[in-house]
Design a protein around this ligand. Structure first.
Ligand code: ADP
Ligand code: AMP
Length: 214
């Protein structure tokens, strides 16, 4: 099963993608996590990406598309994957559609997690991230067992630089301009499904399972 998560930054794509990956036994591929791992590792790709991420801008398609295409060619992707944060532009979506079509394949579901802008800023300011394993928490809605520490790997949790309110505002503008048009793109492709992302995160997941099947 090949799944795309759509939605504004902070809508809950990563939270739900992790649960999908676990239940359906497919890899969770987050382009944001790949960039952050590269930044942490001090790679050239990381340095390039950081300049854009810190400004709330998208990393250019020339960098992002090749990186994602390489990742989905890996062995663990044979039975599918859940993409979180890719595609974010029409050229990214078109490249993915074409790469899959060349293999006689296609995306099965593009799930749009719908959350209005007003709720996003609260979510992002309370988000805490583990930069080691990619786990995400919320200080109020999804708190770790021990404050400030990742349940999964014990790493110290951080407020991402790009989750500060002024950068979040910029990211929302970029989302509406460049990423929201993907909702219509996937509607036309015939694989769009929508869920109300303002519900409790377990209820959102139940709604997703109802779409994907048990
Ligand atoms: P995205 O991957 O779309 O940027 P995340 O999955 O990281 O978003 O979620 C953003 C923040 O909101 C996180 O702190 C997460 O714990 C919290 N969150 C996710 N889903 C919900 C929900 N349904 N209700 C409340 N908070 C949520
Ligand atoms: P995320 O972890 O999905 O919130 O992504 C964090 C940041 O990484 C974004 O604000 C972008 O700067 C960058 N990024 C992640 N995925 C993409 C993508 N598909 N295209 C361009 N930039 C991306």
């Amino acid at each position: 099963m090949k799944i795309i998560m759509l939605g504004a930054p902070g809508a809950g794509k990563g939270t739900q993608a992790k649960k999908i990956a676990e239940k359906y036994q497919i890899p969770h591929i987050s382009t944001g996590d790949i960039f952050r791992a590269n930044i942490k590792g001090g790679t050239e790709l990381g340095m390039k990406a950081k300049a854009f991420m810190d400004q709330g801008q998208l990393v250019p398609d020339e960098i992002t598309i090749g990186m994602l295409m390489d990742r989905i060619k890996e062995d663990d992707c044979k039975n599918g994957y859940v993409l979180d944060g890719f595609p974010r532009t029409i050229p990214q979506a078109e490249s993915l559609t074409k790469a899959l079509a060349d293999l006689g394949d296609k995306i099965d579901y593009a799930i749009n997690v719908d959350v209005p802008d007003e709720a996003i800023v609260t979510r992002m300011s309370g988000r805490r991230a583990c930069l080691k394993c990619g786990a995400t928490y919320h200080i109020k809605y999804n708190a770790p067992k021990t404050e400030g520490i990742c349940d999964t790997c014990g790493e110290k949790l951080v407020l991402r630089d790009d989750d500060k309110p002024e950068t979040v505002q910029k990211r929302l503008t970029v989302y509406h301009e460049q990423t929201q048009p993907l909702i219509d793109y996937y509607k036309n492709e015939g694989c769009l499904a929508e869920v109300d992302g303002t519900k409790d995160l377990d209820v959102v997941f139940q709604d997703i399972v109802a779409i994907l099947g048990e």
